[in-house]
Ligand binder design. Structure first.
Ligand code: ATP
Length: 353
């Protein structure tokens, strides 16, 4: 099966012309962001109904996790706020990780792009980060065999390395990207990162029209903050991917703008790129809602509602680059609701034409 096409298989839930999408509000700013998403979708007459499942750190049972999984499997697609992983939660490994593992959402795709209206050190950044989302250091296999000695297993498999590498090259081909850079620490972790790197090299040979290179994670971190324009597509193992996606989101404006997409062979989950709960800004009317609206636009594109996706992207562009309705994270003094009020009016205006 050609992986680049698996996004649309199997079809997502649709009843009477309307799509049904699972909504997991999560913790921190998640619930308020989801409220705004519902309001703006309603204003634009977007034919999507949300099935909400309250999977958050307050519910310490498996019931909500099961409901979330069943709902996503039924609907095929979800939008999600981040769920706080509390230290005292013994029942669960991180629910965020659990969801990715159970749904086999092996690819995390983040597009970090400079916004002309947002002041940042570097301009014209346009990087796709493709992160392996289901193995490596996130295998949740830690144990203390002897008191004071902890082992934490980092699992790298040929099969999953191959799958994410192929995904990255197919993505590059489809989106006319010129270069894929695999990131690793194979000089130290010769076997695990060595396997990842060698697998990437093997897959790269099947794509002679796309330049392939590789970079060690520490150098790549430095290059990303000092010369980010050299990067096109970054192909990342799980933990390095977590760190580099946050750096990349940071250099184009922080946690409030960029969205993150998670794909498997059957399901897709949309969320913010940096996966923050934003607990410290919750309930203060200052959180930037645009990352969740970009996630909403990604979702609409995925389910084939391109028209509404474009409407939303157009409104987001106006907020950031034309009207410059900037929340404090972008150095502005506007509130969350200033942004939402504009989005409601603008989406309405575009959809009523
Ligand atoms: P936690 O304790 O769960 O880590 P936090 O709010 O302290 O919550 P993160 O959620 O990790 O931290 O977020 C990292 C930083 O990014 C925080 O300073 C947070 O306020 C900020 N942040 C996250 N999301 C947004 C947003 N949408 N708008 C503005 N700032 C945000």
């Amino acid at each position: 099966r050609e992986l680049s096409k698996t996004h649309h298989l199997p079809p997502v839930a649709k009843y009477g012309g309307r799509f049904v999408v699972t909504m997991l509000p999560g913790d921190g700013i998640g619930p308020e962001m989801m409220g705004y998403v519902k309001t703006v979708f309603k204003a634009g007459g977007i034919p999507v109904d949300f099935e909400e499942v309250y999977l958050d750190s307050m519910h310490e049972t498996y019931e909500h996790m099961d409901q979330a999984i069943i709902s996503i499997k039924r609907n095929g697609v979800a939008i999600k706020g981040n769920i706080e992983t509390r230290d005292n939660s013994r029942l669960f490994r991180s629910r965020n990780v659990e969801l990715r593992l159970q749904l086999d959402l092996f690819a995390n795709v983040i597009h970090c792009k400079s916004q002309p209206g947002v002041k940042t050190r570097h301009q014209n950044i346009d990087i796709i980060l493709i992160r392996q989302n289901t193995e490596g250091e996130y295998s949740c296999l830690e144990h203390e065999n002897v008191k004071g000695v902890v082992e934490s297993l980092k699992i790298i498999t040929k099969e999953r390395s191959e799958r994410i590498a192929r995904y990255a090259f197919e993505y590059a081909k489809k989106h006319n990207r010129k270069k894929v850079t695999a990131v690793h620490k194979a000089n130290i972790m010769k076997m695990s990162d060595g396997l990842f790197l060698n697998t990437c090299k093997e897959i790269a040979e099947q794509y002679p029209n796309i330049t392939f290179d590789n970079m060690i994670i520490d150098n790549c971190s430095m290059q990303l903050v000092s010369h980010p324009n050299q990067f096109d597509v970054l192909l990342l193992p799980n933990l390095y991917g977590n760190i580099l996606t946050n750096i990349a989101c940071g250099i184009v404006g922080g946690p409030g703008i960029t969205s993150g997409q998670n794909f498997g062979e059957r399901y897709a989950v949309f969320e913010t790129g940096t996966r923050n709960t934003g607990k410290s800004v919750a309930g203060k009317n200052i959180a930037n809602p645009l990352a969740m609206f970009n996630a909403s636009a990604d979702l609409l594109e995925y389910i084939g509602l391109d028209k509404y996706s474009n409407v939303l992207r157009n409104s987001i562009d106006k907020v950031l680059n034309v009207e410059k309705i900037h929340t404090p994270d972008l150095g502005g003094s506007n509130s969350t609701t200033d942004v939402i009020d504009f989005l409601i009016d603008d989406v309405k205006a575009q959809t009523q034409v």
